[in-house]
Ligand binder design. Structure first.
Ligand SMILES: Cc1cc2nc3c(=O)[nH]c(=O)nc-3n(C[C@H](O)[C@H](O)[C@H](O)COP(=O)(O)OP(=O)(O)OC[C@H]3O[C@@H](n4cnc5c(N)ncnc54)[C@H](O)[C@@H]3O)c2cc1C
Length: 395
């Protein structure tokens, strides 16, 4: 199979890149390759094949746009009904268990947005925008394992986890850092870091610099507890004066929780998503949620006992902190090994390597909105602007 542009990752940045290229009038073929079952990445919504009323945002519960001008794609998403303003209340919890006013923090400054009806509406909307204006394909459930420069120097050949050829492309964009970071060696047991390997093979200085910088980006983790409640058992939760509750540093230290969101699910059900503190996640880094798509694609060995212990610890802490019962809830764990990148991120001048026909976008690119959805969108828009003339020239 061949495509003009291959994008690895269909999270916010990958999908925003496809949409932003179309807004700029580029109509070549785009193929997005994604490990997960659908688009979204860290803005995905977990669903259940057997339970149509289950839909929980298991990564980011919402997103904020902190500066103007806003990303150009926002208006099209708003008009398409893919996102909607967050009208719920924000509050904070202190180390004594007292609810107070929301504290200013980078995740809540500016305008707050929800996906519609769930957060994955954001990426679904971006893909729909891209698909309206040119051939755009999403290959989900696909792990890209190896990046090989084409022998004619005109692009890349991508291979899957079994060494099978996946796709040949004229241009390549990595929208996540996984293939560039040594954590892929820990997670998958690979002997090499694919981008580093490709950079060494090509020996192109700008790509080598980008690969090195990406490999050095550190991240903080988050262990998320997902609770799904019936309408009746959610009654006491819905009376709370908040929909998003931040834990102050003292509260984080006491309960190991960073934030809690209360989310409406289909058919009157409610979800509570508990995001652990970075310190809690660090202590339980080896414990995956067995239903996460990464664990399923990787075939990670189930650890039912360890998983139950982490779920239990977060559930107990939540009930203790809020004095609310979680009885009757269904519980799942989602562990984000790299939830938030740490600054400084990849410098803007290294995001495009024309000689190697490769580019980078995502929330790990230095700039406005770094480490957030806003940064993922802005980095994609900035890359699209620089890519279009090169893609046109390659056509
Ligand atoms: C718990 C949590 C809470 C958050 N809260 C907020 C918030 O309140 N506000 C906010 O703005 N942001 C928040 N964020 C951060 C926000 O989710 C991210 O900044 C944003 O989603 C990043 O988008 P991205 O496209 O750069 O990366 P990702 O969403 O990580 O997308 C990268 C994609 O690439 C795929 N991929 C990687 N390697 C491969 C491969 N080799 N083959 C195939 N696919 C691959 C991954 O599966 C992933 O889907 C939160 C994140 C987490 C985890």
């Amino acid at each position: 199979m061949a495509t003009d542009l291959a994008v690895i990752g269909a999270g916010t940045a990958g999908c925003a890149l496809a949409a932003a290229l179309r807004l700029r009038g580029w109509s070549g073929s785009i193929t997005l390759l994604e490990i997960g079952r659908g688009p979204g990445g860290r803005t995905a919504t977990r669903r259940s094949r057997s339970d149509p009323s289950f839909a929980l945002n298991h990564g980011a519960p919402l997103f904020n746009i902190s500066a103007s001008p806003e990303p150009k794609l926002l208006e099209a998403l708003r008009q398409g009904g893919w996102i909607a303003p967050f009208n719920g209340a924000l509050a904070s919890l202190d180390g004594e268990g007292r609810i107070g006013a929301a504290q200013p923090d980078p995740l809540s400054s500016g305008a707050l947005w929800l996906g519609s009806p769930q957060l994955d509406g954001l990426c679904r909307g971006l893909l729909a925008l891209a698909q309206q204006h040119g051939p755009t394909t999403l290959q989900s459930g696909t792990l890209v394992r190896t990046l090989e420069p084409r022998s004619d120097g005109q692009g890349w050949q991508l291979y899957g986890s079994e060494g099978q050829p996946l796709l040949e492309c004229s241009w390549l964009v990595l929208s996540g850092t996984l293939l560039a970071h040594p954590r892929c060696q820990t997670v998958f047991g690979w002997p090499d870091v694919p981008l580093q390997q490709a950079a060494t093979q090509l020996g192109e200085p700008q790509l080598c610099a980008a690969a090195t910088a990406l490999s050095q980006i550190e991240s903080t983790a988050s262990s998320n507890l997902l609770l799904s409640l019936s309408e009746a058992s959610a009654a006491a939760w819905r009376l709370q004066p908040w929909r998003l509750l931040q834990f102050t540093p003292a509260a984080q230290e006491r309960w190991g929780i960073r934030r809690v969101s209360l989310q409406a699910m289909p058919a009157g059900r409610w979800g509570v998503v508990v995001e652990s503190s970075a310190a809690f996640a660090e202590r339980h880094l080896q414990v995956y949620g067995s239903r996460s798509s990464a664990a399923q694609v990787l075939g990670a060995a189930p650890q039912p006992q360890a998983e139950a212990q982490v779920i239990e610890a977060l559930d107990r802490a939540l009930q203790d902190a809020l004095n609310l019962s979680t009885a009757g809830s269904e519980r799942q764990l989602m562990r984000w090994g790299a939830a938030f990148p740490k600054p400084p991120g990849l410098a803007a001048e290294l995001t495009l390597c024309p000689d190697s026909r490769i580019g980078f976008c995502g929330d790990a690119i230095a700039g406005l909105g770094f480490g957030r959805v806003e940064g993922a969108m802005r980095s994609a828009e900035a890359l699209a602007k620089r890519l279009v003339p090169l893609l046109d020239a390659a056509a």
